[in-house]
Design a protein around this ligand. Structure first.
Ligand code: NA7
Length: 544
């Protein structure tokens, strides 16, 4: 039964990734009737789609999972400190199976419209086949990197051989044995792909527009004994994450770059460089992300490491970023990326020197040369954060479209709700805290579940954030971004994707403040009894 017999469900959830799965779990726990819609044919979201060779965590596996269920923690063993995609997808499947989630999930179902109905205070969603579904609440759990974008290069559809985006990797492409391969892009995805396929391709040409700062991941296996030790550490691991700036296991040094002697500084740089995972970025001196001179110093340190690893000095120089500093974009991690360029069959093509003029039937044409390939790979990223929202026609009060609401800038309250879109909650929405994603998901889903429970208990049928609070939140989010070097650089985190109309200029797409501060603010809204929202019982607006 539903809360309102005229509706199909209490809660509809878009997306069966980790956000959607956990949302379903929590809604069921409240005794609500919920349904998840997923465009893919299986659960897992990011880990379902991104099955390109080499896809893996850049964060420690045991810090990047759900923490809420002791049983789940007890029953799941990680085999690598930084798990590969197949293992993480198995984890997602294990989670779904353990809690029997799939009976309330509908796959191969892309939601195309979502319309608020004022008279019945409910949402109606339609899928690609025209079927519709109604509910009181709506949770968007669509992920921040799920709309792949192809490059805006003429002829992008002309290539006759197999060509695909990394997040749509065909099963039969496997590792591209002996093939002549071209890859466009040098982001985190391309770096993982290149260092894996370099082992089997016949030849590989890497088309680079902007080099990225990357450093060793230093992955290793986890023995069953090690796993038992890690399991004992889980409470500490999760607490460490919650206490840190962006919920990672690593926290920055309390010292600033110029507080220490050059010798001490060099020693710290070498220490963090030799450690696994994001240490180089997140255990760096406190001012890496805010002090230009400090940032230049560490960038120079990494540049030297790159020079030491790449045989051809001219290639090394091309692989060193010149226009942005270390850590001002999400730092990709690698294992053997730079060494790929020492292989005789791998070529770096700097497309600033030699621009691509078009994709042809047989390969890529640049200003100076025609390249022929058997396979073309687009590692060209995503219409991030807002892209998944743009793919659904969301309509709120007065038929207002979400697209138009955000056309002159993202505006939300807490990154969780949007003015004029009642009863809609966003998990990993724009202006929400998302550092370590599972930590952030667990928090956001927990908060939303608390709010929905409150509504059910108090017979509240409509909740809406107010213009005043949205204004305050938006200003707060922009304020948090001030002074960060990362906000002076084009990246998906600053809302830029040159392949997407309306995403040519930088904006603030995510919450840049510290995670504990974010949670404090959002917890306070709950503690105040959600009075910051306009709350409506059947027929009357209340201020509780
Ligand atoms: P990214 O980080 O957005 O990288 C996309 C790459 O594709 C990047 O090197 C782009 O160069 C390049 N690109 C995009 N369009 C073009 C065109 N038109 N021509 C040439 N090169 C192009 O996406 P990823 O998938 O690698 O990583 C996304 C996140 O996933 C990552 O941050 C992790 O959190 C996991 P550009 O830098 O724009 O010059």
């Amino acid at each position: 039964a539903t809360l309102d017999a005229s509706l199909d469900y209490d809660v509809l959830i878009i997306g069966a990734g980790q956000s959607g799965m956990y949302s379903l779990y929590r809604m069921r726990e409240l005794g609500l009737k919920a349904r998840v819609f997923e465009a893919g044919s299986g659960e897992g979201g990011t880990w379902f789609w991104n099955k390109y060779p080499g896809a893996r965590f850049d964060s420690e596996s045991y810090s990047y999972i759900f923490s809420f269920s002791q049983e789940l923690l007890d029953e799941w063993d990680w085999t690598e400190h930084f798990a590969g995609q197949p293992e993480t997808l198995r984890y997602c499947q294990f989670f779904a199976k353990k809690f029997d989630l799939k009976r309330d999930m509908q796959f191969n179902t892309a939601i195309t419209t979502a319309q608020w109905r004022e008279d019945s205070t409910s949402w109606i969603l339609t899928d690609g086949t025209g079927k519709s579904y109604t509910s009181r609440f709506l949770i968007t759990a669509m992920g921040i990197l799920n709309k792949p974008t192809l490059p805006n290069i003429p002829g992008v559809r002309d290539f006759k051989g197999p060509s695909f985006h990394t997040s749509r990797w065909p099963d039969d492409a496997s590792t591209l044995n002996g093939q002549r391969v071209g890859i466009i892009g040098t982001g985190a995805t391309a770096i993982q792909t290149i260092q894996e396929i370099k082992k089997t391709v016949g030849s590989l040409h890497v088309f680079q527009r902007t080099p990225n700062w990357t450093a060793p991941l230093r992955n290793s296996t986890i023995s069953p004994e090690d796993m038992n030790e890690i399991r004992k550490q889980y409470p500490t691991i999760f607490q460490t994450c919650l206490d840190s700036y962006a919920c990672f296991i690593h926290s920055s040094d309390t010292r600033k770059t110029f507080d220490v002697t050059p010798e001490e500084r060099e020693k710290h740089y070498e220490d963090i460089y030799s450690q696994a995972g994001f240490s180089k970025w997140l255990r760096n001196f406190a001012d890496l992300g805010t002090d230009r001179k400090a940032n230049e110093l560490f960038s120079a340190f990494i540049a030297n490491k790159i020079r030491q690893r790449v045989n051809d000095p001219a290639v090394a120089e091309k692989l060193i970023p010149k226009n942005h500093g270390f850590g001002t974009r999400r730092v990709p991690l690698e294992g053997g990326y730079y060494e790929a360029f020492n292989q005789p069959n791998v070529t770096l093509v700097d497309i600033n020197e030699n621009p691509i003029t078009r994709i042809t039937e047989t390969g890529i044409k640049t200003k100076d040369q025609d390249y022929e390939f058997d396979v073309l790979i687009y590692a060209t990223g995503f219409d991030a954060v807002t892209g998944s929202f743009a793919a659904v026609d969301f309509r709120g009060i007065g038929d207002k479209s979400l697209k138009s609401e955000w056309s002159s800038g993202i505006r939300t309250y807490l990154g969780l709700t949007v003015q004029g879109f009642p009863n809609m909650f966003m998990i990993m929405g724009p202006h929400q805290m998302f550092g370590n994603i599972p930590r952030s998901i667990e928090y956001a889903v927990g908060w939303v579940a608390g709010f929905i429970e409150f509504c059910v208990k108090n017979s509240i049928v409509e909740v809406q954030c107010t213009e005043e609070r949205v204004q305050e939140w938006t200003e707060h989010v922009h304020g948090c971004a001030k002074g960060l070097l990362s906000n002076e650089v084009d990246s998906w985190m600053t809302g830029v994707n040159k392949n997407v109309e309306g995403k040519q200029n930088r904006t603030v797409a995510r919450y840049n403040g510290p995670a504990p501060g974010y949670r404090k603010r959002v917890n306070e809204v709950k503690a105040r009894g959600y009075r910051d929202f306009k709350l409506t019982r059947v027929g009357n607006t209340i201020r509780l």
